[in-house]
Design a protein. Sequence first.
Length: 115
Amino acid sequence: MTRDVVTTVAEAGAGGTLVVAFALLGQALHPKRFAGLFSAAPSIAIAGLIVTVLAAGDGPASRAALGMLFGAAGFVAFSLVVRPLLKRMSAVATSAFGCGAWVLVAVGGYLVAFR
């Protein structure tokens, strides 16, 4: 139990530190639309991987990183589906199709990789 608490506190501290660092980097970039590339998700992912490597080793961190890659591929699929549909359908219906694409790519890829 105590080890779980320490790991969680370490992830929160590392994640918060990296969020601030990436936010500062985003503020320094021009044009400002690049700031979104360095928002919370990448910094939390990096922090989580660092803490996972330190707490559990390379194997679990490798599986977590692979899961993150499938999640990123799912977001690309979401974007590719949503962009053209927004002109023809409502936002709710378009989002539903996009989420379906995300689940198909992200969860499907993860299940295939870890069978």
